[in-house]
Design a protein around this ligand. Structure first.
Ligand code: TXA
Ligand code: MG
Length: 348
């Protein structure tokens, strides 16, 4: 199929949203920007739309989709909302937070991967909300990448993966945050973070919630795992070149990358702007000056490494506080759990 392409803000937005909304209503797929990453949207209340989303992404059908609403109160139409949801939505929506709620029968099993629960999110990106309003139905949307590839943070990333496989791409520029939303489940005494994002455990605690973080967040997947958030069990966000994480300081990172380079091949290194001079012999992937900037660039840097034909990528391990926890979670998955320490080797 031919994929239509519209740039948001080019003057014909009204017509573009109307056409995109119509595509969603008749069961088609539209990729659209959100503040986190680009989503691949379809009608959340239509089983056939969900099947098409899985097919376009090449994604396993048991990985549930997030349902996007233009207003948090709209969740009541298809999910069992409660007081905690009300409080969470008042504080953090619209924004990068997804809440798991009991689903109503109107939501097809295809949308939730057969689960009795449904994930609800109200994005803050105005284009995302305009699209949901134009469609007049809640929009199911996973990240708009081929399954297993890094999530897309620009329309060009979406096109690279899905051109010819979906009906339309709405180009709203680069995503502000760059990592997917925080996914939480409501527990009897608080909330459980299943996937970390820009709404951090610290922010949720500050708001008065009792917060636990799922164990799977900080460890790579193991075969046979059954995490509470099924999306966490697949190999994820992977660049083509193997990514190796070095548990240590800048010097350890340089040692590991240099050792790989002496064996031959194109070696890329993720390093902060200030450390660029130390890695001049490598393909450098500039992560910026803070973990916020790193988060914003991370998926784009993985794609850049691919485009530059890197054969091996090295990076340090982020910390696990604030937004860094989300980065840590994505990077260990991108690396397939490949973390090394070179301290002993250096002494040889
Ligand atoms: O920022 C985001 O959340 C983006 C944008 C497009 O909104 N969407 C996104 O969707 O990241 P996706 O499909 O790539 O990730 C959805 C995550 C998966 O880890 C999935 O397992 C989890 O949410 N999830 C969805 N429904 C769930 C449910 N009912 N119970 C537990 N986890 C659920
Ligand atoms: Mg995804």
């Amino acid at each position: 199929m031919e994929t239509k392409y519209y740039k948001i803000g080019s003057g014909d937005d009204c017509a573009a949203f109307a056409e995109a909304g119509e595509i969603i209503c008749r069961g088609g797929l539209v990729a659209f920007p959100t503040e986190t990453v680009y989503g691949l949207g379809g009608n959340a209340l239509c089983a056939e739309s969900a099947r098409r989303i899985y097919e376009a992404k090449g994604r396993p059908g048991d990985n549930p989709l997030i349902v996007h609403v233009a207003d948090p109160v709209d969740a009541g139409d298809f999910a069992g909302v409660n007081g905690v949801y009300g409080e969470l939505s008042r504080l953090f929506m619209p924004g990068p937070l997804t809440v798991i709620l009991p689903k109503k029968d109107i939501v097809p099993d295809e949308t939730t991967g057969g689960l009795p629960t449904v994930a609800v999110r109200c994005p803050s990106n105005p284009a995302a909300r305009a699209l949901i309003e134009a469609a007049g139905v809640p929009i199911a949307a996973p990240s708009a990448n081929l399954s297993g590839r890094p999530s897309p943070t620009s329309a060009a990333h979406v096109a690279a993966d899905l051109d010819g496989r979906i009906d339309m791409i709405l180009d709203g520029g680069e995503c502000e945050i760059g990592l997917e939303s925080t996914v939480i489940a409501v527990t009897p005494d608080g909330v459980n973070v299943l996937r970390p994002g820009a709404v951090t455990p610290e922010m949720l605690r500050q708001a008065g919630f009792e917060v636990s973080v799922a164990e799977a967040v900080t460890r790579p997947d193991r075969a046979g795992d059954h995490p509470a958030s099924p999306g966490m069990k697949y190999k994820h966000y992977a660049p083509r070149a193997p990514l190796t994480l070095v548990d240590g300081d800048r010097d350890d990172l340089l040692f590991a990358a240099s050792r790989a380079k002496t064996k031959g091949g194109r070696v890329a290194v993720m390093c902060s702007t200030d450390d660029l001079p130390f890695f001049a012999d490598f393909i450098v992937l500039d992560t910026g000056r803070s973990d916020g900037e790193y988060a914003h660039r991370f998926f784009s840097l993985l794609r850049k490494a691919d485009n530059l034909k890197a054969e091996a990528i090295f990076a340090g391990l982020p910390s696990t506080d604030g937004i860094s926890l989300a980065l840590y979670n994505r990077i260990i998955r991108s690396a397939g759990g490949n973390v090394i320490s070179v301290r002993r080797d250096k002494e040889k």
